[in-house]
Design a protein around this ligand. Structure first.
Ligand code: SF4
Length: 466
């Protein structure tokens, strides 16, 4: 009998990468890879690699947990996903992390910028507008887990400190500032003022590479000295910092291990977040065929380029397992002890059996219990460890501080090429829009920015009216 060159696995709805209309899509396995096959009646067929690890891709479904919804939804479900953002009643996860873009402007004009920012683009949001955006998050979430003050470049907003003052009056559990680090590197007083917002405050520092050539390609500037100076100050202040790496295949995927090794040596750094480039906004120096990198490729490269983690240490995050991978380690003096492998994934599905499988090392087992529990019980320790398995970067353990944690995250934001309506409904990283809606990060950059004026008229008409 004739046969197909692939194994058919699943069916979903995606978008045409040209006109952004909804199109049917098949998920198939072929030659060790997971591909999305789709066809737009107008723009033809496309085949996109969405994962290079079939077993991992299949295992993602085992990490699903019951959906947690926001306290309220902001739009009606009417046109069909993703044209109803948001959040509409059809969304399946609350905002684990919400981004507030306080300005369109930036002190750089990076060739890679999903927001299309530059020194002259758009405007700063007024203080009242930003307050209303923050209030919107609190109305949706009650006690928001993580809020990121972002831009553009938020440090150039003339009322940044008034914004941070206001944010600190709200019941936000963890506040972050997304920055390219220029202001921190150049102005020690500015950095010291930022440090006064700790604890519960963290710098989310753009840090794509240690190499000048990579930074020039992605950022249009040699930021190596800026990074060095910013981290020197942040180390001095011990101000919690996450390094954020935008990844492109063939550009900086060979130095993932170097960035992790460097991060582990910095006193202030609590982890590294790797983000494969989302094809959205301003994107120069990028070829779809050669520069796209998938989440599973990044995961594999972390395992190949570091000695700390094994495959049990980098697992899907139950909030949104398609898009997020996490791995935790403990920094205890000079020692770096991988942690995630001691959480039994099966327990994620059965919270009533609160035990940890310490299958390897009895000594380490004792140490973990001592660190994570108030009594000598695996149950208490297990509960604390399970708290790590969500997007909130906190841990409560009597003899540990946030200083002791080192977290690896891979955060893949789908674009029109690999868009999957099944997984987008679990998106938990959101942006509060300037018209006070909460929109998934992915669909915001694809469909809902002012700058997405190149979307065909008939498709714009399909979007939720403001
Ligand atoms: S992505 Fe979520 S909020 Fe947007 S239309 Fe789909 S279900 Fe609704």
């Amino acid at each position: 009998m004739p046969s197909r060159p692939y194994t058919y696995y699943d069916f979903t709805v995606s978008l045409c990468p040209v006109c952004l209309k909804r199109v049917d899509a098949k998920i198939v396995f072929q030659d060790g890879g997971v591909y999305m096959l789709k066809r737009c009646p107008e723009h033809g067929s496309t085949k996109v690699l969405i994962a290079d690890d079939i077993e991992y891709y299949k295992s993602i479904r085992n990490y699903n947990k019951p959906s947690e919804t926001p306290l309220r939804f902001n739009t009606k479900t009417h046109f069909g996903c993703p044209y109803d953002c948001g959040l509409c009643q059809d969304h399946e996860q609350h905002s684990c992390l919400t981004v507030v873009e306080v300005t369109d402007r930036c002190n750089l004009t990076c060739p890679t910028c999903y927001a299309g920012s530059s020194p002259s683009f758009g405007r700063h949001r007024t203080l009242d507008e930003v307050k209303k955006m923050l209030d919107t998050i609190v109305e949706n979430e009650g006690t928001p887990d993580v809020v990121q003050i972002s831009g553009g470049e938020p440090t150039i907003h003339p009322q940044l400190f008034e914004i941070l003052d206001y944010a600190k009056t709200l019941p936000i559990r963890h506040l972050m500032l997304n920055t390219n680090g220029i202001a921190i590197a150049r102005d020690k007083q500015f950095a010291m003022r930022l440090a006064s917002y700790a604890p519960g405050f963290e710098i989310y520092l753009q840090f794509d590479s240690l190499k000048r050539s990579v930074l020039e390609t992605l950022r249009g500037a040699n930021l190596t000295e800026i990074h060095r100076e910013a981290l020197e100050t942040l180390n001095e202040l011990n101000l919690a910092t996450t390094l954020v790496v935008t990844l492109q295949k063939g550009l900086n995927d060979d130095t993932i291990g170097d960035v992790i090794a460097y991060a582990l040596k910095q006193r202030c750094v609590r982890g590294v977040t790797f983000q494969p480039t989302q094809q959205a906004g301003r994107l120069e120096n990028f070829q779809t065929q050669t520069n796209r990198i998938t989440l599973t490729e990044v995961r594999r490269k972390i395992l190949e380029q570091t000695t700390i983690f094994n495959s049990d240490d980098l697992i899907p995050v139950p909030c949104n397992p398609d898009a997020l991978v996490m791995g935790y380690a403990l920094k205890l003096g000079e020692d770096v002890i991988p942690l995630t492998r001691y959480i039994n994934p099966a327990e994620l599905l059965d919270k009533t059996r609160n035990t940890i499988v310490y299958e390897q090392d009895e000594q380490l087992r004792e140490k973990m219990i001592g660190l994570f529990s108030t009594g000598n019980s695996t149950e208490a320790a297990s509960e604390k460890l399970h708290e790590l398995l969500c997007c909130l970067p906190l841990v409560s353990a009597p003899s540990l501080g946030y200083d002791n944690l080192f977290r690896i995250i891979i955060m893949q934001f789908v674009d029109a090429h690999n868009f999957d309506v099944r997984s987008i409904k679990k998106s938990c990283v959101h942006i509060v829009s300037k018209d006070y809606k909460i929109i998934p990060f992915e669909t915001m950059n694809l469909l809902y920015r002012d700058s997405v004026a190149n979307v065909p008229e008939e498709n714009l008409e399909m979007k939720q009216p403001n």
